[in-house]
Design a protein. Structure first.
Length: 172
């Protein structure tokens, strides 16, 4: 019988949602049935054989709702293959790749709640119009003017698909 995988995400401006959807599309086949659902809409985990969870990063951490989701479900998640990812702008900076090992530490709080079969970090994007807070919008507008961050979509779909493809056997 096909196994059921939940890919769940928390996303403030939509970039992590797109990453979660790509992961779902990549791992789905005759043997793996995949649901891609925002964390706030997940009703129960018992029906799933494996879970992939990801969040956009703000101030160097997963969004609060994402950490809460893992904390509240840690015992159920610990019974299944569990993978985690994050989406951020640091990796999209010039020389951002040099920060990869630092960015990986942002997943440590999640890994210490639930052991992961795999954990990965991805570059996301910056859409100033979608940032809810006016003061954050101003801050990030300045960061683009000073050339620290570049607005736009920096997701590397090849890298995302590669990770998801390698993940399949670890979830099955
Ligand atoms: C308020 C705010 C704070 C952020 N803080 C960070 C940060 O500390 N480090 C980082 O690399 N990216 C940071 N980002 C960039 C986001 O992680 C990036 O835009 C990501 O693609 C957002 O994913 P989402 O659209 O799914 O929320 C921040 C973005 C916002 C709006």
């Amino acid at each position: 019988m096909a196994k059921k995988v939940l890919v769940t995400y928390a996303s403030c401006t939509g970039f992590t949602q797109g990453v979660a959807e790509m992961i779902g599309k990549t791992i789905e086949d005759n043997h793996l049935v995949v649901d891609v659902i925002p964390m706030k809409d997940v009703k129960n985990l018992e029906n799933y054989d494996a879970v992939v969870a990801g969040s956009g990063i703000q101030a160097g951490t997963w969004l609060p709702e994402a950490t809460k989701f893992v904390r509240e479900n840690r015992s159920e998640l610990s019974k299944k293959p569990f993978a985690a990812f994050l989406v951020c702008m640091t990796l999209a900076m010039k020389n951002g790749e040099n920060c990869r090992s630092h960015v990986q530490t942002w997943l440590q709080p999640v890994k210490s709640l639930v052991p992961t079969v795999s954990a990965e970090v991805f570059a996301g994007g910056l859409d100033l119009k979608k940032i809810p807070s006016a003061s954050d919008r101003l801050k990030f507008r300045l960061s683009t003017l000073f050339g620290i961050w570049k607005a736009g979509d920096h997701r590397d779909w090849g890298v995302i698909r590669l990770w998801a493809g390698e993940l399949k056997s670890k979830l099955a």
